[in-house]
Design a protein around this ligand. Structure first.
Ligand SMILES: O=C(O)CCC(=O)C(=O)O
Length: 201
């Protein structure tokens, strides 16, 4: 049996110690060489900084810590993008957009801002973490907010199907799935010891 799996939005309030999150916020705010983030048709949105793993020790550390805590969301996925968003106050924002085919983990530092994912609004406070798939999402302006917020957005894609095969049974299932049109980049997770179910994402 083959079923399609999807990334369900999962919210982890207070996953990171708030004192640690506050000091990381100040550190990143003051030490990052911010550039202007992606512009919208309405103009400037927010400050930003694209990073790769290895560029910033503090960011690497928080990514590893979060991935240990939400291991099931990271296993089988490859981190292939890190994007820091810096909202200096409630006038900075992120317009609605989506990242098809990716799983996103967003770590929030500093002021609480609303993050709208699909039709639901999540308050993203200092130290909160959220995971979602390719749903549209946005951070609306909140003009009354005077403090800053940094989000660390992590973009994951499913690890190559080849790396998922560990036994002859699994390889046989993979061959059958490839015959049905499965391609590299799709993720297959074997359940029940590889003999009964394969979950394809
Ligand atoms: O700041 C956030 O919570 C969301 C950031 C975001 O949408 C993105 O980087 O794709």
């Amino acid at each position: 049996m083959v079923t399609k799996a999807r990334t369900y939005t999962t919210h982890y309030p207070g996953l990171i110690d708030s004192n640690y999150a506050s000091s990381l916020y100040v550190h990143l705010r003051d030490s990052t060489q911010w550039i202007d983030g992606i512009k919208s048709v309405k103009g400037f949105t927010r400050k930003a900084k694209p990073l790769s793993k290895g560029d910033n020790k503090a960011v690497d550390y928080i990514i590893d810590t979060v991935c240990i805590n939400v291991k099931k969301h990271c296993d089988g996925y490859t981190l292939d993008g890190i994007y820091l968003n810096y909202y200096r106050n409630g006038n900075d924002w992120t317009p609605s957009h989506s990242h098809p085919g990716q799983r996103q983990i967003v770590i929030s530092l500093g002021a609480t801002r609303k993050l709208i994912v699909g039709k639901k609004t999540y308050p993203q406070a200092n130290g909160y973490v959220i995971i979602f798939g390719s749903s549209s999402h946005e951070v609306p302006k909140e003009l009354e907010i005077k403090e800053g917020r940094i989000s660390i957005a992590l973009f994951f894609t499913p690890t190559s199907i080849i790396q998922q095969c560990e036994t002859a049974d699994q390889e046989a299932i993979m061959a059958a799935l490839q015959g049905l049109g499965l391609t590299n980049g799709q993720r297959v997770e074997f359940v029940n010891n590889g003999s009964v179910y394969a979950v394809v994402t």
